[in-house]
Write a protein of this length. Structure first.
Length: 334
């Protein structure tokens, strides 16, 4: 019998699985072919939980608000608890499991990045990206202060093949009570406490002048990683070492917004607006595990993973990172 809201660990490896029947209740806009009403559009705020963070443009400033008795109107970015979460803040004990398992404790939020339903992420103005990332930064800070939260994982799913159920541009944040296995692997591979050096900083020194550079901004750079698991995969990282987006200033958020907008636009031009996942890798709350050089990873859905990728975790990439960088950089509009 499947228990709602349960995290199970693989028999032999650190692989984690969240059993969440609530996720099956999500609206399916792509299946309904646009017939369903979008709960993220202005005027339908009552279809979502009350917003806990709302950005509203007021002349030359942005006001930070929350929904009261009535939802805030004329918003530019809106954040609220996910109505169909994979994790839950309820600490309900599990019956004695057959193997390694624990309650899927945590919080999951949605950040609606724009009131405009018709835009794709590569079409969002830089200013709107800046607002969305400002909300993302603030919500990450709040979640890291909540009891039982060790890690905040942020991500974007654009398109049905990337796992999106609604096309309206939105980001998601999901918290976990332990650092995810992949982040643990990165911490072990990246952290250079013994030598007082960051390995991603060393990587960036080479990539900033190499054939895999896509775009170098004032404070952030985009490049296709040496061992890309996806065709046209690229990473965006601060050039000067930072361990979390919480250390990023508003000016730096503006710069990373420019880099994201430019690279996603180039990706759309090269591959005709493909579905993609964009994920944020930041340091965990408890730094005894080490610290990451925080960065963003973008995974376009160009080819399907088959038996080798799924069963052995050995990946075939039909486009070399060097060729992907060449094509993407050639379509950057300055």
């Amino acid at each position: 019998m499947t228990i709602l809201g349960e995290i199970r660990k693989d028999y032999f490896t650190n692989r984690l699985v969240i059993n969440s029947e609530a996720r099956a209740k999500r609206p399916a806009e792509f299946v309904a072919k646009g017939k369903s009403k979008c709960a993220f559009c202005p005027g339908r705020e009552s279809l979502t939980p009350p917003a806990e963070l709302v950005l509203v443009e007021r002349k030359d400033a942005i006001a930070v608000m929350v929904d009261q008795v009535e939802p805030v109107k004329n918003w530019t970015v809106r954040a609220f608890a996910n109505k169909f979460p994979a994790v839950s803040p309820s600490k309900v004990p599990l019956p004695k499991p057959d193997f390694d398992a624990e309650p899927a404790y945590g919080f999951q939020y949605v950040i609606v990045a724009t009131p405009n339903h018709k835009l794709s992420f590569h079409q969002l103005p830089v200013r709107q990206w800046h607002r969305a990332l400002t909300a993302f930064q603030e919500l990450t800070k709040r979640l890291l202060h909540r009891e039982g939260v060790q890690y905040v994982y942020g991500f974007i799913n654009q398109g049905e093949q990337a796992g999106a159920s609604l096309s309206h541009p939105h980001l998601q944040l999901l918290t976990l009570s332990a650092t995810p296995p992949l982040i643990q692997e990165e911490l072990k591979g990246m952290d250079g406490l013994a030598s007082n050096t960051c390995k991603l900083c060393t990587v960036l020194e080479k990539e900033l002048n190499g054939p895999r550079l896509v775009l170098k901004g004032e404070q952030f750079a985009a490049f296709t990683p040496w061992a890309s698991t996806h065709a046209y995969e690229f990473w965006i990282a601060p050039i000067v070492h930072q361990t979390t987006i919480l250390e990023t200033t508003s000016k730096q958020l503006a710069n990373v917004s420019e880099v994201i907008r430019s690279t996603l636009s180039a990706l759309a031009r090269v591959l005709h607006n493909p579905d993609f996942n964009l994920v944020f890798h930041i340091s965990p709350r408890n730094h005894t595990e080490g610290k990451l050089h925080w960065h963003i990873e973008v995974y376009p859905h160009v080819t399907k993973w088959a038996g080798l990728e799924r069963g052995a975790r050995v990946y075939i990439n039909q486009v070399t990172p060097e060729e992907a960088a060449r094509k993407l950089s050639s379509r950057i509009r300055h």
